[in-house]
Design a protein around this ligand. Structure first.
Ligand SMILES: C[S@@+](CC[C@H](N)C(=O)[O-])C[C@H]1O[C@@H](n2cnc3c(N)ncnc32)[C@H](O)[C@@H]1O
Length: 334
């Protein structure tokens, strides 16, 4: 029997207490130092699935040792998922107490920039992002002096065209315009001619790589990126693939990563994305993920930027936006 050390035992007990009190990030922190496997974890997980944290704790207290069980990191990633699946992930009070992903107050972030932002080329068609997604990306690029931007999934080129106004060098990896997945969606769901890359083709600081990220070799990218936007294949496998490949090539102490469709507008986790990200990243990297209160993005912030984006929510304050619509008619080619 492979007994767990008393030091690790204490860490685990602390971690389980955090899980019991819905504090997944702290639980993960506690387990980072553990290297033993955990007996009866499977039983404990069953209790956790039933939201019976007291029984899970009792089970784990009884059982330390034995090989061939899930690693502690795997167990806590699982626990993290269960908690987020069952809870509203954007409870500002909980986030402020550090009991969930921290939540960025987007209004305050944009307000603190000190000037008005302009976003353009919004088709508002299904599959495109929203005004505050684009505003967030653009504000990040300005605030953190982003020179090199990478985007996975460009669609009509709306997001990357907005970023190209503020970043020097923009690269997208996205399916061929005539890939059957684009054609099928645009023709069937939108009943449109193929408008892929319509907006990005117009800007000369955008380089488009037409490839499937499942097979594309990311080591071909020789650029040191400052900001990456992951908005391609939104299946679990797609997000996991893109997240792993992106984190393999970036400097995690420098580069910001944003995921679209991390949560919905009702502040519920979108399981495909959140589970894929939890499975792709280490507990340490996960602990640096934030959510955004009024768009549907999640963001990885390197440690050096920790605390530089406001997460503070004042219950007596809301931010509002004055929008002037300038409507353009667009025709394809010819
Ligand atoms: C939601 S749209 C992107 C929207 C765009 N970022 C915006 O906000 O304007 C998703 C895009 O990802 C692309 N895509 C889907 N699966 C992909 C894959 N496996 N590899 C590369 N691109 C993919 C689609 O062709 C589509 O262009």
């Amino acid at each position: 029997m492979n007994m767990i050390s008393s030091e690790n035992k204490e860490l685990l007990l602390n971690a389980i207490e955090f899980v019991k009190h819905h504090k997944p990030n702290q639980a993960l922190m506690q387990t980072e130092a553990c290297d033993d496997n955990l007996l009866h974890a499977v039983n404990a997980i069953a209790y956790i699935q039933k939201q019976d944290f007291a029984s899970a704790l009792r089970e784990l207290k009884l059982s330390f040792g034995f090989a061939d069980l899930p690693s502690i990191t795997q167990i806590f990633k699982f626990i993290l998922k269960r908690i987020y699946e069952h809870n509203n992930i954007l409870n500002a009070d909980r986030a402020l107490r550090g009991e969930a992903f921290k939540v960025i107050c987007l209004g305050r972030f944009l307000y603190d920039l000190g000037y008005n932002l302009e976003v353009k080329n919004l088709s508002m068609l299904t599959g495109s992002s929203g005004v505050l997604d684009y505003a967030f990306l653009k504000a990040l690029a300005i605030n953190f002096n982003v020179k090199n931007y990478l985007e996975i999934g460009a669609w009509f080129g709306e997001s990357i065209a907005n970023l190209a106004d503020v970043a020097e060098n923009c690269i997208s990896i996205s399916l061929e315009k005539n890939d059957f997945r684009n054609v099928e969606y645009i023709e069937t769901n939108l009943n449109k001619e193929n408008f892929c890359y319509y907006f990005s083709e117009k800007q000369n600081n955008i380089k488009s790589i037409f490839a499937d990220t499942k097979t594309y070799d990311f080591s071909n990218l020789k650029t040191k990126f400052d900001l990456v936007f992951i908005d391609g294949d939104h299946s679990y496998e797609g997000v996991k693939n893109d997240t792993e490949k992106v984190f393999n090539i970036i400097d995690t102490e420098h580069c910001i990563v944003v995921w679209h469709d991390f949560k919905n507008i009702y502040n519920k986790a979108l399981p495909n994305t959140i589970n894929a990200v939890i499975d792709a990243l280490s507990p340490e990297l996960l602990s640096r993920i934030h959510l955004v209160d009024t768009n549907i993005c999640g963001i990885y912030l390197p440690a050096k930027y920790s605390g530089t984006i406001p997460c503070y929510q004042d219950r007596n304050e809301i931010f509002s936006y004055n929008i002037q619509l300038n409507i353009e008619q667009n025709h394809l080619g010819k």
